[in-house]
Design a protein around this ligand. Structure first.
Ligand code: THU
Ligand code: ZN
Length: 310
């Protein structure tokens, strides 16, 4: 029997990818909690310099840090995702995301890490998402969620072992166009919509509701989660052509809240406000189910508004 020769030069070429040690991970985690799960272009540049890595290596190394934000009391399976996108100023940002599960409620209410990262980018001014690095292969539901993006045709999915394009992972796909919808998530369509008089005097909440991505129901809706000492967190409704992977405004706001590293309890969360359009009140029951998963849920205000000229 001849022994298999090992080609030492080939082995030498395949070096381990860069990863943070525990202390580096914890320090980045602390920074991210303060920055609500976002790294700016200048943060990215200084980290690349500090660790002598490329932006791509840094993005991949950030994935285990994203997993630290996961709230997974049911599965204990901690998924992390880091989306990269350009903001309005054309600067590159990293948008972190992690899965969020709700005890005692339907498993289908879970927010997947990919949704959390993309929602983080969408709510915080990214113009598009070009790449997303994930700790595990994206499930079918996430592949479908990502197929709603303006960049679905070119989206790169970076996994620990190898990289893919979305269309490699989702061939012969179903998407917005199948329903005659020319819009997509991040298409930044200029809307001239307005609410008639509402009792809400929070312009940010109103704008988020009006800019919800609701091509399938017209259920313009948004949520504000107010805390006692940590400020407010917002979420907006993002629909999907296949309906099920749609992200409700409360799930969206909660995933933002968890990206600040906070714990949902009555000492932290003061109130939840849901604003949605009259005639399409789809969010009220979903919000109630999600909130029912918490002990001592906070005050819940439901505001219904009418669109002008509707
Ligand atoms: N999970 C994700 O966050 N992304 C995926 O694509 C795979 C699954 C989460 C959902 C749930 O919290 C846990 O992993 C087990 O499925
Ligand atoms: Zn998924």
């Amino acid at each position: 029997m001849t022994a298999t020769r090992i080609d030492a030069s080939k082995l030498a070429q395949k070096s381990e990818p860069f990863s943070f040690n525990e202390q580096q991970k914890n320090s980045l985690f602390a920074q991210l909690k303060k920055q609500r799960g976002i790294l700016s272009q200048s943060d990215i540049s200084s980290l690349c310099q500090q660790y002598e890595v490329s932006q791509l290596e840094l993005q991949k190394a950030c994935v285990p840090v994203a997993s630290l934000f996961s709230v997974a009391p049911i599965s204990k399976f901690y998924v992390g995702a880091v989306a990269v996108g350009l903001n309005k100023q054309g600067e590159t940002n990293f948008y972190f995301g992690a899965n969020v599960e709700f005890s005692h409620q339907a498993l289908s209410l879970v927010v997947h890490a990919e949704q959390s990262a993309i929602n983080n980018a969408w709510l915080n001014g990214a113009q598009a998402v070009q790449k997303i690095a994930i700790s595990d292969a994206p499930c079918g539901y996430c592949r479908q969620f990502m197929n709603e993006l303006s960049t679905a045709d070119s989206l790169e999915i970076l996994l620990p072992e190898r990289d893919f394009n979305l269309h490699e992972l989702l061939p012969h796909s179903f998407g917005p166009k199948d329903l005659g919808n020319e819009e997509c998530l991040f298409s930044h369509k200029q809307r001239d919509k307005q609410f008639a008089e509402t009792s809400i005097n929070d312009e940010k909440l109103v704008q988020l509701a009006l800019n919800a991505y609701v091509p399938y129901t017209g259920n313009f809706s948004a949520v504000r989660l107010s805390t006692y000492t940590e400020g407010d967190f917002y979420g907006s409704y993002a629909e999907n052509a296949a309906y099920s992977p749609s992200l409700s405004p409360l799930q969206s706001a909660l995933s933002q809240f968890y990206l600040a590293g906070l714990t949902f309890d009555d000492k932290t969360v003061k109130s939840i406000t849901l604003l949605e359009t009259q005639g399409a009140e789809n969010q009220y029951e979903v919000a109630k189910s999600v909130l029912a998963s918490f002990e001592n849920p906070p005050a819940f205000e439901h505001c219904v508004a009418k669109l002008v000229n509707d």
